[in-house]
Design a protein around this ligand. Sequence first.
Ligand code: ATP
Length: 209
Amino acid sequence: MVGILGGTFDPIHFGHLRPALDCIQSLGLHEIRFIPLNVAVHRPPPLAPPALRLAMLEAAIAGQTGFVADRREIERPGGSFTYHTLVSLRAELGRERPLCLLIGADAFAGFLGWHRPHDILELAHVIVMQRPRPPVPPDPGLRALWAQRISHDPGELAETPAGRILFQAVTQIDVSATRVRELVRQGWSPRYLLPDAVISIIESERLYR
Ligand code: ATP
């Protein structure tokens, strides 16, 4: 099974990295593709340019078995829609390999507003990672989808390429990229919230000041 973690990664931090490692281990994933977006469609644009967000990601995951930086969204012009990313991953990995799209619980609350959410579930399973702070109550449509698709067994996911939703408890790390950027902007240290190698890039490139 291949996991997919998309995001702005502006910058990547331990709230991405530790939950991703939890998912690799708990779900038995062979790898996780970290896919930085190019053009945000549901949120304000990232502050750091794509090449530097990718460089920070590569520095953060260097040496971790199973963690892979995937540049397909950065190399694709226009809005970064998850649906298109999954179509392109399917073209690379084939139809049969189970794909697990990892989404934070806050992001999942808006899932039905994404581009072609039902088609996304034809292409991948959705793993909802529990995030610090109370989850936004899902709307009735999302609850119905959840009820139809819910699975509690990673083994079940491994047997089918796509279509299930699984709730995965992950280490609660109350850090967001917004907080990291805010600390740097104020001249405070963001240390221990993200890898030192990422902080070095932030400093040398004078990001988020
Ligand atoms: P920002 O503060 O700029 O909105 P972010 O910290 O939420 O950024 P993203 O790159 O937007 O980071 O997140 C990518 C994915 O990782 C999303 O699915 C998000 O829900 C999840 N995620 C981010 N931070 C955490 C965290 N602390 N714990 C669990 N999941 C997280």
